[in-house]
Design a protein around this ligand. Structure first.
Ligand code: GRF
Length: 210
């Protein structure tokens, strides 16, 4: 008798998540993978800071972690080479930058081109770089937000996959705004990843982009 209930096992796309600190986006993604909301697996979490609180949180979820401490490398290039080698061992389908506070060299980005995402707390192309919320408030903007984008060699400049927009309240400070945006970032990153991991991983098709 044939067993129609059995379907062929399809390997889930794997993610390597790069962090430098708290790791709340990483955790939201890992929980979405665990619950099945996101059909992907977190293969590895890498931090460039040994004391990043997100590392322990990832370990507690049973996720493999690695530290590649940028302070132990003589140059940005050497750090990126070590990062690339560790990533190659894990061979993820996607590299996910989530609060990873390092500027990556063009050579590194080229090696993961089209397979590396970042979340940035602004309505890109506005406010690449740091202090995005303070800059939005100082400019008198009516809205702030966050963007998930494909990483390109230029900082915070790659094609945007998904964006969330939030009204700036009159009494907002950079901190209060950052907190509200962060809550939305988690859902935004999961939504963007759903779009990306559904893409045929061997295809050069860029249809995840708007
Ligand atoms: C987030 O606001 C993200 O947009 C930015 O860095 C912050 C990281 O927060 N790139 P967390 O470590 O994910 O909590």
């Amino acid at each position: 008798m044939s067993d129609d209930t059995k379907s062929p096992t399809v390997a889930r796309p794997s993610l390597a998540i790069l962090i430098s600190g708290r790791g709340s986006n990483m955790l939201a993604i890992a929980r979405a993978c665990q619950s099945g909301e996101l059909q992907a697996t977190v293969a590895l979490v890498i931090s460039n800071r040994p004391d990043a609180p997100g590392l322990e949180a990832a370990r507690q979820m049973g996720i493999d972690t690695a530290v590649i401490d940028h302070k132990t490398f003589a140059s940005r290039h050497q750090f990126d080479q070590a990062l690339h080698q560790r990533l190659q061992q894990a061979h993820p389908d996607w590299v996910v930058l989530a609060g990873f506070m390092r500027i990556l060299t063009g050579g590194f980005v080229d090696q993961w081109q089209g397979r590396m995402l970042n979340i940035h707390p602004s309505l890109l192309p506005k406010y690449p770089g740091l202090d995005t919320h303070a800059r939005a408030i100082a400019a008198g903007d009516s809205h702030a937000g966050a963007s998930v984008h494909i990483v390109s060699p230029e900082l915070d400049a790659g094609p945007v996959v998904s964006q969330i927009k939030i009204a700036i309240e009159p009494d907002d400070t950079a901190d209060s705004l950052a907190q509200r945006v962060l809550c939305e970032e988690h859902a935004l990153y999961i939504k963007a990843l759903k779009q990306c991991v559904n893409r045929n991983r061997n295809s050069a098709d860029d249809s995840v982009l708007p």
